[in-house]
Design a protein around this ligand. Structure first.
Ligand code: 3HC
Length: 311
């Protein structure tokens, strides 16, 4: 039986009002937001690793500068999102502790290896393309700080996707070996990119509640379908083949029919058994440990300044 506060809260959500940090919210709303925003932030931070792998190996100085700018953007996205999560009463240290312990997740896609330079194209084009599909609607999410973080982040995502697609164009129109590398990258990143949108709606444990609270604006399957509809013509323009024999335009539904991703693989990856899970977490834990002296220095400085101000 809903309490009067819960009814009043839902009426605010239904009127598309933004909920701000100091206003009353159901505990479940707060918990869901901490879970989703925290994992979104973790995705941005861990997401730097696959691309970071290629900054020193970029084929030209220009490509190195572009990739460096993109990876730095992702770090900034992570910080916006950790700040949005902190407004809900959770500390960044707590969120990072839960990432390192495996209690909190990050996007499955970052557990796949980036083996060739063409992967930098496929990641920008497909992974950031999928992230845009998922983040643009989130600009309208009901929680104020999350919505505002999304508006800022979306402004930078289109550059991320365009630079990736440009790499794919150069390689698809390059030597036969380069075109083959681009096709190989598409083959390896296509289905993992579809998995980014989450399990199918029938298996999504949070969707119903998250949609009622307008934390989630569209369902997982809706966004996945939208992504396929937009991306297949882009692959055709590159002269590359989407690695799905079932892919076919369905005139009636005005969208593509396509094969389901391998959900056993998906659940295995998010359980921690993907190709790179252990390596990604180890890298993050090492970064945390190696940065301890810097955090201690900042804290000591903050305490000294506070004492001076108080004196
Ligand atoms: N990777 C890892 N875990 C996933 C996942 C994925 N791709 N998709 C779903 N899951 C997890 C959910 O977190 C949930 O587990 P939990 O209870 O431990 O959190 C479980 O699978 C069930 O899935 P649900 O569909 O019920 O969960 P949600 O309602 O939370 O939907 C979501 C999943 C669509 C990812 C949603 O959380 C969301 O929209 N999150 C915000 C967007 C986000 O995190 N995007 C990451 C993209 S990568 C990125 O942003 C970096 C970019 O710059 C490249």
């Amino acid at each position: 039986e809903a309490t009067p506060e819960e009814l009043a809260f839902q009426a605010r959500i239904d009127r598309d009002e933004k909920i701000e940090p100091k206003e009353w919210m159901p505990e479940g709303y707060r918990k869901t937001l901490i879970r989703q925003i925290g994992q979104h932030a973790h995705s941005e931070i861990v997401g730097q690793l696959p691309e970071g792998n290629w900054i020193t190996r970029a084929p030209t100085l220009e490509r190195k500068a572009i990739l460096l700018a993109k990876v730095q953007d992702e770090a900034g996205h992570g910080l916006y999102l950790y700040s949005a999560a902190e407004t809900l009463g959770v500390s960044r240290d707590e969120l990072l502790e839960k990432l390192h312990s495996g209690e909190m997740k990050y996007s499955s896609i970052f557990n796949y290896p980036t083996l060739t330079w063409a992967d930098m194209g496929a990641v920008g084009w497909l992974v950031d393309g999928a992230a845009i599909m998922n983040q643009v609607p989130l600009q309208r999410t009901s929680y104020g700080p999350y919505s505002r973080a999304m508006i800022r982040i979306c402004k930078e995502e289109s550059f991320h996707q365009r630079q990736g697609y440009h790499i794919m164009m150069k390689m698809a129109r390059g030597t036969p070996e380069q075109k083959e590398m681009a096709q190989d990258a598409l083959n390896r990143f296509w289905f993992p990119s579809l998995m980014m949108f989450g399990p199918s709606d029938k298996d999504s444990v949070h969707s119903e509640k998250s949609m009622a609270w307008k934390i989630k604006i569209n369902t997982n399957d809706e966004l996945r379908q939208r992504f396929v509809n937009e991306t297949v013509p882009q692959a055709e323009f590159l002269g590359l083949t989407v690695p799905d024999p079932e892919l076919a335009w369905n005139e009636e539904k005005q969208g593509y029919d396509f094969s389901e991703p391998d959900w056993a693989e998906f659940f295995d990856v998010i359980k921690g058994n993907g190709p790179c899970n252990r390596e990604r977490l180890a890298t993050r834990k090492d970064a945390w440990d190696e940065g301890a002296w810097f955090r201690d220095g900042l804290t000591a400085h903050a305490e000294k300044s506070a004492k001076r101000r108080a004196a």
